[in-house]
Design a protein. Sequence first.
Length: 315
Amino acid sequence: TMATLNQTSLQPASFLLLGMAGLEDLHTWLSIPFCLMYIAALLGNFILLFVIVTERSFHEPMYLFLAMLAVADLVLSSSTVPKALSIFWSLSKEMSFHACLTQMFFTHLSFTAESTILLAMAFDRYVAICNPLRYATVFTHSVIAKIGLAAIARSFCVMFPTIFLLRRLPYCRHNIMSHTYCEHMGIARLACADISVNIWYGFATTLLSPGVDIVLIGVSYVLILQAVFRLSSKDAQLKAVGTCSSHACVILMFYTPAFFSFFTHRFGHNVPHRVHILLANLYVLLPPMLNPIVYTMKNKLIREKVSQVLFRTGQ
């Protein structure tokens, strides 16, 4: 019992999240763009989901992947932003140890799942452009369902061990975190023990999940571009580039802040802490808000359906 007592006393009952360290006076102001972006993300993704689910003509691979992306975006933003807002508005800065681990788990889980879906979408575009005749046989509904399940299973397997890696650490009453949400390395750095296992596990999983995804997405895009330049007519080339451009935008918006955040965490010791936190917030806020906008702007069919939905409800 002494050991269990010892273990629980070394695990903080709760963490105190300070939000944007060094920008406390601006919390109220920061909450405005945060709140607006979050509302935009919720509205955009729910409308997109509604349109894809209710419209029979959208039950095609590209749109079904888009629906999965919307779900991942909703989980990603909803697992972090509400708590950040409650910190900014000084409603509650406290978070129990288990709630913190749960938040970390769902944040990283939805991020990894989204990365997997973006890879599947790149493969979808590759088959559509480089092997159009086989498209219908490759992307059947059962294959798409399996890809969705694989995205969840893969993210779960990658993230589940981090819960135990964090639970085994002693925290010696260090429970103040200058952040707006709990992330794996942010929690690990509060421990008063060697965290090299956490650092290496975090590093390995980042290289193996989003890292591998980015490389494979890059490869599929090189092959797509090669195929596009082989197309005889200018029109066909433009059409092919058009179908990929929205996906390419989304990829850039998703990975850029995330990788910046990841690398500043590992190597940017002279980067101000508030820059870390700002980046960490950008990658849970920007993609969920911009993805539906990019796809609605770039895709004529979605644009028409979304405007129908909005005007029907507006009348």
